[in-house]
Design a protein around this ligand. Structure first.
Ligand code: DOR
Ligand code: ZN
Length: 435
């Protein structure tokens, strides 16, 4: 048994915020309550089972549901020099995550049952819950739908061609219809290729300075509008990935008011930084869709605060040192994010007074878990013992040492942040410990 004492318990599902102890037996939460009532239950169980009571002090810490990240790239199979499911899981556990959804742009991609079945098998031995989305189209070519029914039956929790947008409206409509039938999210990367002069840097002052064509905000907004309109009559769980532009937030707000079934993700990097970071960090700040302007960033924060954007997802995208060392026009897009997500979000959202820690936890655990219908993202007696212990006061500087990922491609090394993940518990076991 694990007895977590003297913590401040936050549970977004019930809006509970209380000083309480938490007793974990096996992989379940046995009891949450006053020290006396939880202690009595622990002793009673000990008398019956003879099991030891291991105490974990959470004095000065917040105890919250383990984070849920619906957007990670673990590069397995085929690109495991960047990351594999083991290093990816370790990075997730270090960042307070107990459940992640892996994107399907691997090599080969997850467009067939054999690749998916192998991943599902290997996920069983990992310290956290690792789920897999499968592709919408074969070879991510945007030409032909995968056998979504078969992939769903083989364990796909959702569908995505993340990394590449789906250009064909008719195919997109069919994909939405199938996702609706299967009742799973379909997650889309929205950047209209016709409108991109180059990817990874916002089209504007910075792209001009660097002599790059740039990716305009409208390339995102047009596809978001299109897919919301297509979904209006379908009602699938349409998930707009890594929203980066004010225009998109405005469209999403309108579409939600119209009753369209649509959800939004935002990354810590788009909440925290702007295109200016590209001038300081070069290729490390190259990401699709790109970091945009301060006006965009403020709109993302407002959209997250008012519920237009539902959740924070990292888009953890590891790349090797040599790849990111290339000139910006040739380096791959993407940045790692699991280990730094909480601190960046706490600093920019909670410390700044834009939202409470309870609200942040809702966007990092409860809301993403609800979209995928997971038994996760809340603290409930009888529920899974997936928790995170957080120190909201600790100030620290991000260094490469904090990464468990195989890659180190973060533009936030050197950044002074507030809020630290102290301990991650998954299935009742400590899987990440800051010491
Ligand atoms: O910058 C990105 N990198 N955006 C994506 O959507 C994909 C990701 C990757 O796989 O590297
Ligand atoms: Zn993407």
């Amino acid at each position: 048994m694990l007895l977590i004492t003297n913590g401040r318990v936050l549970n977004p599902a019930t809006r509970l915020e209380a000083d309480a102890n938490v007793l974990i037996v096996g992989n379940r939460i046995e009891k949450i309550g006053s020290p006396a009532s939880v202690g009595a239950r622990a002793l009673e169980l000990q008398r019956v089972t003879g099991e030891d009571i291991e105490e974990l002090s959470a004095r000065g810490l917040v105890v919250a549901p383990g984070f849920v990240d619906v957007h990670v790239h673990f590069r397995d199979p085929g690109l495991t020099y960047k990351e594999d499911i083991h290093t990816g899981s370790a990075a997730a556990a270090a960042g307070g995550y107990t459940t992640v959804v892996c994107m399907a742009n691997t090599k080969p991609p997850v467009d067939n049952e054999a690749v998916l079945t192998d991943l599902r098998k290997r996920a069983k031995d990992l310290p956290i819950h690792v789920l897999n989305a499968a592709n919408v189209t074969t070879s991510m070519s945007g030409q032909k739908l995968t056998d979504m029914e078969k992939l769903h039956a083989a364990g796909a929790c959702g569908f995505t061609d993340d990394g590449v947008p789906i250009r064909d409206e008719k195919l997109m409509l069919q994909a939405l219809q199938m996702a609706k039938k299967l009742d799973v999210p379909i997650s889309v990367h929205e950047e209209d290729p016709e409108l991109l002069l180059s990817q990874g840097v916002n089209q504007g002052a910075v792209s001009e300075k660097l002599g790059l064509g740039g990716a305009p905000a409208v390339s995102e907004a047009v596809l978001v509008a299109r897919d919301c309109l297509l979904n209006q009559s379908v009602g699938a769980k349409l998930d707009i990935q890594h929203i980066s532009a004010k225009m998109t937030v405005d469209i999403l707000r309108f579409m939600k008011a119209e009753g369209v079934e649509v959800y939004g993700e935002v990354t810590p990097q788009h909440l925290y930084a702007t295109e200016e970071l590209v001038l300081q960090k070069g290729s490390l700040a190259r990401v699709n869709p790109p970091l945009r302007t301060e006006e965009d960033r403020q709109a993302l924060i407002s959209g997250l605060c008012d519920g237009t954007i539902d959740m924070i997802a990292t888009d953890h995208a590891p790349h090797a040192k040599e790849e990111k060392a290339k000139p910006i026009a040739d380096a791959p897009s993407g940045m790692i994010g699991l280990e730094t997500a909480f601190a960046l979000c706490y600093t920019v959202l909670v410390k700044s007074g834009r939202m409470t820690l309870l609200e942040l936890c809702e966007k990092m655990s409860y809301n993403p878990a609800r979209l995928y219908g997971l038994d996760a993202g809340e603290l409930r007696e009888g529920g899974p013992a997936d928790l995170v212990l957080l120190d909201p006061k600790e100030e620290w500087t991000i260094t490469e040492d904090c990464f468990r990922s195989k890659s180190k491609n973060s533009p936030f090394v050197g950044e002074r942040v507030t809020g630290r993940v102290k301990c991650t518990i998954c299935d009742g076991k400590i899987v990440g410990l800051d010491n």
